[in-house]
Design a protein around this ligand. Structure first.
Ligand SMILES: Cc1ncc(C[n+]2csc(CCOP(=O)(O)OP(=O)(O)O)c2C)c(N)n1
Ligand SMILES: [Mg+2]
Length: 400
């Protein structure tokens, strides 16, 4: 039951462009909220606003979310820590310690956190370049993410991948080619079905990828074979400098699977994302075939750090979204309204998140650059290398 501040906040969040997100277990040191006098495992029922979902060829999920205080606090902790991590990356980039591409997920935290809360590591996730948050919720450490961004040995891809190429258990990246991960996701779902695993693949793509031919080829195969695949369009209203309205003849992304049922979800509300992903998992693993899920969200920054993000949208719009639809503030209002946590407890979590991230920054910076011989590892499966890899000039050719 939503009351006062949370109700007002979420009402605002749904008048403007809609978005959302979820979370999973966190590192032990951030558990100061556990001191709360209430039973952390006790389940609450929270009824989502009706505007949380728009449906296409399917009935809406039940709006009642059954969730424990522990889960709610975990979501808050993860979103707060993720925001802090991305703010640290922003600073490191501006200090020129991170070079090249860097795609931050500030504003979109409810997507990865809500989804992760609804699934397990038996389920699989694959996304595009905006992957730091997913890497974190799927089990990558903050140090390994920041070290990867700085090209250090302790990076999650040994410092050889950078912002777009991070992987974790049941998380298949981190893909830099627009749309390429969508058919890969369908293939991953095919493997799940073929092996008889009762699990689902969430394949994410942006509004900027949604008109690609390969997306529709993947839809077709997934429906022909009724694969347990949820195609998730993260609609943050803009691509790399172009608004969705200018690049898509239809921005009803949840309907664009045609013969595949769809759901549009408020992607700025972590609980709506959580509920939608639970529903989508039940749907796909019960043999009903694929779904298209649109998560309406908003990125506070540009496409990447080199895009100021203010040439194709106004500063006022960004400010409006921050002040009326922020996913962390939305969850905070709910937690306070429901009496799940006090202002002090939430402040303690914020403080702890800052401490954890500051420590991770220090450790990542202390990590050395990878050894030069790492250039040639993890390119081919050991034993299958060709005789040589051609360099830019003969002297640089590597002979195995
Ligand atoms: C095949 C291909 N074409 C073009 C690009 C350059 N490019 C990178 S991201 C992007 C658009 C991204 O838009 P969207 O999917 O909405 O992602 P967002 O930045 O909003 O998260 C483009 C055109 C690319 N990486 N791959
Ligand atoms: Mg976009």
């Amino acid at each position: 039951m939503l009351r006062t501040a949370a109700a007002r906040f979420l009402a605002n969040a749904t008048t403007a462009p809609k978005p959302f997100l979820p979370v999973r277990a966190f590192s032990s040191s951030a558990s100061s909220w556990m001191a709360a006098p209430t039973d952390a495992s006790e389940k609450l029922t929270i009824t989502l606003p009706e505007s949380s979902f728009d449906m296409f060829k399917a009935d809406a999920p039940n709006l009642d979310v059954e969730i424990s205080k522990e889960q709610l606090m975990d979501m808050y902790t993860k979103m707060t820590t993720m925001r802090r991590m991305e703010m640290a990356a922003d600073g490191l980039y501006k200090a020129k310690k991170i070079r090249g591409f860097c795609h931050l997920c500030n504003g979109q935290e409810a997507v990865s956190v809500g989804m992760e809360s609804a699934i397990t590591l038996a389920d699989q996730v694959i996304t595009a370049y905006r992957c730091h948050g997913f890497t974190y919720v799927r089990g990558g450490s903050i140090k390994s993410i920041l070290a990867e961004l700085m090209g250090r040995k302790d990076g999650i891809s040994k410092g050889k991948g950078g912002s777009m190429h991070m992987f974790a258990p049941s998380f298949f990246g981190g893909n830099g080619i627009v749309g390429a991960q969508v058919p890969l996701g369908a293939g991953m779902a095919f493997a799940q079905k073929y092996l008889g695993n009762e699990s689902v693949t969430f394949a994410l793509y942006g509004d900027g990828a949604s008109n690609q031919g390969q997306v529709f080829e993947a839809f077709n195969m997934a429906k022909l074979w009724d694969l347990p695949c949820v195609f998730v369009c993260e609609n943050n209203k803009y691509g790399m400098g172009t608004s969705a309205n200018r690049s898509s003849a239809s921005t009803l992304y949840h309907t664009r699977g045609d013969y595949i049922p769809g759901i549009r979800v408020n992607g700025m509300d972590v609980l709506a994302v959580y509920r939608a992903c639970q529903w989508a998992k039940e749907w796909t693993t019960s043999g009903k075939g694929p779904l298209v899920m649109e998560l309406t969200t908003y990125r506070y920054g540009g496409h990447s750090m080199s895009d100021p993000g203010t040439t194709y949208r106004t500063r006022e719009e960004i400010q409006h979204m921050r002040s009326t639809a922020d996913p962390i503030q939305g969850l905070k209002a709910r937690l306070l309204d429901l009496g799940v946590a006090t202002e002090e407890q939430l402040k303690a979590i914020d403080k702890e998140a800052r401490k954890i991230v500051d420590q991770a920054v220090k450790e990542a910076e202390a990590s050395p650059e990878p050894d030069m011989k790492e250039f040639y590892t993890q390119v081919y499966i050991e034993g299958s290398e060709p005789k040589s890899i051609r360099g830019r000039e003969p002297g640089e050719t590597k002979y195995f």
